[in-house]
Design a protein around this ligand. Sequence first.
Ligand code: SAH
Length: 264
Amino acid sequence: MSESCIHPGTVWLVGAGPGDPDLLTRKAERLIRAASIIFHDALVGPEVLAIAETGTRLVPVGKRAGRHSRSQEAINGLLVQAAKDGERVVRLKGGDPSVFGRSGEELAALRNAGIPARICPGVTAASAAAASACLTLTRRGAARQLVLVTGQARAGERLDLDWDLLASGRTTVAIYMGKAAAAGIARELMRAGLAASTPALIVENASLPSEQSLSTRLDLLGLGAAALSGDGPMILIVGESMGQAEPGRPSAGMSRQPLLAERS
Ligand code: SAH
């Protein structure tokens, strides 16, 4: 199978990146152009969708916090049916499809139906957020592990993260879907031993013109998340790596900075 075209009856799970169309991979761009039908998330913006050919059907199947437009089962069914109909199917997802994208369920449904599936990776939100702030996620000496976690618990369940692992030294914790739970997550991390002064970065709409970011500290994570009041996707990143000085910008070291220093 050519890497740039889609055989009818095949489904490609494609990473759309964090929003800026310039952060699409060239392969993602080719696949979007080659699709006859695109099922896309709410996080995929109009500028990325504009790349599709005029005749391509664009089907929103987005889920945003608390607003599920279609169940995961329904989405799986749509993908299977489109492939059986001989469409060139792209399932377009924000960021990287393999990071909190429910790709596992979709791949399993396709596999069960005997439909070939492929994945095209994308730039994940943590990478985009750190890049916007000109920070590195695993600064040598400050972090030796990067952990991506979800801040959202399953309906009716408590957020059950391995707090001891996350609070162990030299860890960068990137929290996806953590806006609502930010204050609680900070409390748990501090209870597990992470210093209240640990640097934190909060970025909303990373890579988009509407991007807002805040450099703060762990004990102010909840306050900071609430302070960026847009309703765009927000990522929270906690760890000593987030305290590194940026070229041309003052150090984000919180002892010398206003506690809620705005970056943009
Ligand atoms: N697959 C996506 C993540 C999907 S989960 C990826 O790899 O990025 C959705 C969460 O991702 C959002 O709640 C938010 O935490 C984060 N996110 C996605 N796009 C973002 C963006 N442009 N800016 C900040 N956070 C973003």
